[in-house]
Design a protein around this ligand. Sequence first.
Ligand code: ADP
Ligand code: MG
Ligand code: MG
Length: 208
Amino acid sequence: SAALPDDFGREFITLTHQTLSGAAEALGDLDRRAGDGDFGTNVRVAMKGAAKNIDDDSPSTYRQWVTAMYMGWLGVGGTSGPLFGMFFRDVSKAGADDSAPTLEQFAQALADGQATVQKYGEAKVGDKTMIDALDPAVTALREAGSSDPVQALAAAEEAAIGGARDTAESTAKRGRASYVGDAAKGVIDPGAAAMALVIGAARAAAAG
Ligand code: ADP
Ligand code: MG
Ligand code: MG
C-alpha cells in the first residue's frame, strides 16, 4: 500500500484552507451567475470556522486536522455547508486514529464521502453539483490503485478539474442553482470548482 507523508493531514487542510479562502470571491461570482450568490460567503464562514477550530484545538493528527475542517463547514448554512461538512467528516475517518492514511484509505474515504453527499443531496452525476468533480476524481483514484500517490492524486485532480469544467455545459437540477435553469449555461458550478481545489490540495499535500 502507498504511504502518504506523515504531515499529510496538516498540509492537506492548510492548503485546502488557503486555496478556498483565496478563491472565495471567484466562487461567489460563479454562484451569483449560476445560483443565488451566497457560496462565496458560505466558503468564507466555513474557512473562518475551520481556522478558529485549528487555533482552539491545535490539531496534531490527520483526523484532528480534517475534523477542524468538517466542523467549520457544519457551522454554515446553504446546501453546501452540511454537504461539504458530511463529506469532510467521512474524509476525516480515513486510516487509523493517530496516523496519516495510506493512499488507498484516503481514496476509500473520498468514495465514502461521495456516497454520503449523494445519499443526502440526491444529486446524480451531471446535475451540475460538486459530485461532477468528485465522481471522476474517485474513479481516477480507483483506476490508479496503489501507484505513486502524487501521480494518482495528480490524475484525480485533473479528472476533477475536467469534471468541474464540464458543468458549464449542464443545467442544475439540485440546490438553489436549479431555480435559474438555463441562465446558468456556460457557468461552471461553484461547488464543483471548490471540490476540484480540495482534490488539488490533497495532490499538493502528497507531494510534500
Ligand atoms: P445553495 O444552493 O443552497 O445556495 P451554496 O451556494 O452554499 O448552496 O452551495 C452551492 C453548491 O452546492 C453548488 O454549486 C453545488 O455544487 C452544491 N450543491 C447544491 N445542491 C447540492 C446537492 N443536492 N448535492 C450535491 N451538491 C449540491
Ligand atoms: Mg448558493
Ligand atoms: Mg443559498
